[in-house]
Design a protein around this ligand. Structure first.
Ligand code: GLC
Length: 801
């Protein structure tokens, strides 16, 4: 036990007893004798916000992370008191605040389980050097508690026993356990007694989390400035915690265009134009589906953003148009560093308008990046963001570029200690002027936001597609992301898997890794295993630094090409499934990738699993992460699952061996699932979808599945022009019933279904559609348990002999 005397020696200060409180609709303000104020806001039955001010005065309440939709107004706040506490009660929670020291304990209102309890609670240290406080919070961690979340940390999924730092950092060739790296997502999930809660510490200063690392039963978090300002989000379902966190910090503002869920090919760099065309032509020749081709920094004139190298790309508009005709969308990179060059209009304009970041004493923030010495726009200034957004007019509206890739936006600066801006650099912070200490973690987010706004404006009526490397909580509203400069090693394949899952449970599902590894070169086997995982990640792109050889699907040998093609084809077949799960994410905040613990927290076996995950609602995937494997042991969650390759049914709830030679990956489908599939296309929109395939996996019992469709681009779906099919499967010994409930105003191009029945335990004797015996015109049954139903049915009965 640390005693108060020891703490005092360390300089820690604590709140004293409550002298007064005020209630204002959904906000409670407590004041203590030594001037500390605690503000508690009830946002939802299961979401409380705690804000502390050490001087009794709160600063301007401004957050880049929290959306304006987060506060919907809550007017059912109940407060009572006993001798020692003030007690706040909602339908889900009871929060007791100690009258003597502001310490809180939060209970599940249903069964009074203690969910979260302050240990030292709020305390702080005055910061002599910078002013303000180093704000701290510590909580008791009960036995058996596990921790998850925190964005892109390249460590075991369960964070227990570790300490982390949040400071967005360019991390070329980072490794397992490197910390911090590119993203700051100060949100974690705690799980004990099979109940999950989340904490979002919305503080953009350099922050730290300690999960029972320094002291076995204590979890703490602190930041080097700003306010102790955090949200407590109760589940008890982990998926509800994530959904509520995603609701607070925002869901993607719109669905991505469907092509963005296709396969993307990238390299540093494809140039000149003839090289780009050689690559795209090869994809079509070899019939490997691909939707996007990327131009890295070499497309520019001397790395000046918004310019083209006229020698290598003499007519970008023509090139982009012709690529588009062949189904390739062009995505270009844009970095934040603007080359210091008076003959460069972007530089001149920003200088004239005073848009560049400055040092505390006045000079510009000068730093070296690819173009040499640069200045950097202050993206935390709304006027600068608008200017930046408008710079995309030519690229997007005139040239026809369909996506923008923002890189180096940590911001990365070369050849300097810390690899970023010094702390004294000034920022506007949307009218709350501050130093880089506060703005650093959101700089990349605000750049991505400005890019997104430009794309959205100039791509209209098409949807924008952006990708960013740096991010803070909430960045998922604007853009997709990748995990930065990884390495072509087996360990990095493990890292990619963990990072994608972790980002997904941190509210940011649109994520993928550089498939094959960015630095160094994979052999064919590693590349194959990586593609097999990558096709199940929401963002699916091969990228490499290029200086170690080629990394296209044909760069290895023919066997590799064939397997890679097969897996990319599987992704293209699954597009309606992936799109539906994206829609669930954008609509309800449901993570697209579900780590086993999130999938089934009741089963404590899942709490320490890392490799296996569920994509969407029903597909279980487990990567092969070592060379020469013929399969692996994996944990299959409870319930019955169909092996994707041979329809063998396995019962989960235990670890088991699964065969997966180099041309296979362990993939299982949950029994009862109905998986929608498209025909293989070389790119999205190549074919008119005339028929939807439904892979139906028989289950004795019930299961629900969903298929969301719309125009795959544009905004009509927001006005109701979407088609939502909810399928209810009921399996009996001698009968399989599929009920379909439709909503939305979008008419799909198809209204016939090819139904592939898996695991049907009886021989089909008769089929009824909408309560009538099916006529030959309505349905054709093939010997192999496939039916073609030529009617958009409401109820299908497949009856056995
Ligand atoms: C950074 C990016 C990488 C890109 C390279 C050149 O290292 O992370 O993806 O290819 O810069 O632009």
């Amino acid at each position: 036990m640390i005693t108060n005397t020891e703490l005092e020696r360390k300089g820690d200060l604590f709140p004293s007893e409550i002298t007064n409180y005020e209630k204002n609709v959904d906000v409670l303000n407590f004041v203590t004798k030594n001037g500390v104020a605690l503000q508690v806001t009830i946002l939802r039955d299961s979401v409380l916000r705690f804000r502390y001010a050490t001087t009794g005065i709160f600063g301007n309440d401004f957050s880049y992370a929290i959306t304006k939709y987060a506060s919907r107004g809550y007017n059912k706040l109940e407060i009572s008191e006993d001798n020692d506490h003030y007690i706040i009660t909602t339908a889900k929670l009871i929060c007791k605040i100690d009258k003597t020291d502001l310490k809180k304990s939060i209970y599940d209102a249903a069964d009074e389980t203690l969910i979260s309890q302050d240990e030292l609670g709020f305390h702080w240290e005055e910061s002599y050097q910078y002013g303000g406080d180093i704000v701290k919070m510590s909580k008791v961690s009960p036995d058996g508690e596990s921790f998850y979340g925190l964005g892109d940390k390249p460590v075991h999924l369960n964070l227990k026993g570790k300490r982390f730092e949040n400071w967005v950092t360019d991390s070329y060739a980072y490794g397992k356990d490197t910390d911090p790296i590119y993203k700051t997502i100060p949100f974690y999930i705690g799980l004990h007694h099979k109940k999950a809660y989340g904490i979002f510490f919305d503080n953009t200063f350099r922050s730290f989390f300690d999960f029972a690392h320094e002291r076995r039963h204590i979890t703490s978090f602190w930041a080097q400035g700003g306010e102790m300002n955090y949200y407590f989000i109760y589940g008890p379902e982990m998926s509800d915690v994530v959904a509520n966190y995603t609701d607070l910090t925002g869901k993607p503002h719109q669905l991505p265009p469907l092509w963005a869920l296709g396969y993307h090919q990238c390299k540093w760099s494809y140039y000149p134009e003839s090289k780009v065309r050689e690559i795209t032509t090869k994809f079509r020749e070899l019939k490997i589906p691909c939707d996007a081709i990327y131009l890295d920094i070499d497309y520019m004139d001397g790395f000046r953003c918004f310019t083209w190298d006229s020698k290598h790309f003499p007519n970008p508009k023509k090139m982009v148009k012709e690529l588009e005709e062949d189904g390739f969308k062009t995505v270009v990179i844009i970095d934040p560093g603007i080359k210091i060059d008076m003959d460069y209009d972007v530089f001149r304009e920003a200088l004239e308008k005073d848009y560049f970041c400055k040092r505390a004493d006045g000079p510009y923030m000068k730093g070296k990046v690819w173009p040499g010495e640069c200045y950097f726009p202050d993206f935390t200034n709304p006027e600068v963001r608008e200017w930046w957004a408008n710079l995309y007019k030519e690229l997007v509206e005139e040239i026809g570029v369909r996506g923008v890739w923002n890189d180096m936006n940590e911001p990365a600066v070369m050849e300097v200690p810390g690899k970023t801006f010094p702390d004294d650099v000034r920022h506007d912070y949307d009218g709350n002027p501050c130093s880089h200490r506060k703005a650093h973690n959101v700089y990349g987010m605000q750049m991505a936001r400005a890019t997104y706004q430009g794309l959205k404006k100039f791509a209209y009526p098409k949807r924008p597609f952006a990708i960013t490397r740096a991010a803070y909580s909430g960045t998922q509203r604007y853009t997709s992301s990748w995990t930065g400069d990884n390495v072509a090693t087996w360990e990095h394949l493990w890292i990619a898997n963990v990072q994608a899952q972790r980002m997904s449970m941190s509210g940011f599902s649109f994520i993928g890794s550089d498939i094959g590894g960015f630095a160094e070169q994979p052999n064919g086997e590693l590349y194959t295993r990586w593609i097999q995982l990558g096709v199940f990640h929401p963002f699916c792109r091969t990228h490499s630094s290029g200086d170690h050889g080629d990394q296209e699907p044909w760069a290895f040998d023919e066997d590799v090409t064939d397997i890679v093609r097969k897996f990319i084809e599987i992704r293209y077949q699954l597009l309606p499934y992936l799109y539906t799960s994206f829609w669930q994410y954008a609509d309800e905040g449901i993570p697209m990738l579900k780590s086993l613990v999130l999938y089934d927290q009741e089963d404590s076996q899942t709490h320490f699993r890392t490799d296996e995950f569920v994509v969407g609602d029903h597909i279980l995937v487990c990567p092969i992460q070592e060379p020469n494997a013929k399969g692996r042991r994996m944990y299959i969650p409870r319930g019955k699952w169909y092996n994707f390759w041979n329809d063998e049914i396995v019962t989960g709830g235990k670890e088991q061996w699964v065969d997966a030679d180099i041309d296979k990956l362990p993939i299982f489908i949950k029994e009862g699932a109905i998986i929608p599939k498209y025909p293989i296309q070389q790119y999205v929109g190549e074919k008119e979808i005339e028929q939807l395939t439904l892979d139906v996996f028989y289950k004795k019992g019930k299961e629900n599945s969903t298929v969301f469709e719309d125009a795959h681009d544009g905004y009509d779906y927001i006005k109701g022009r979407y088609s939502l099919r909810n399928f209810k499967l009921t399996g009996k010994t001698n009968e399989l019933i599929i009920q379909q409930y439709k909503s939305g105003k979008y008419i799909t191009a198809y209204n016939t279904f090819k139904i592939e029945l898996h695991g049907l335990p009886f021989k089909i004797f008769k089929i009824q559609i909408d309560n009538e015996e099916a006529l030959f015109d309505d349905v054709r049954v093939n010997g192999d348990n496939t039916l073609v139903v030529t009617k958009d049915f409401s109820e299908l009965h497949i009856i056995g002999e």
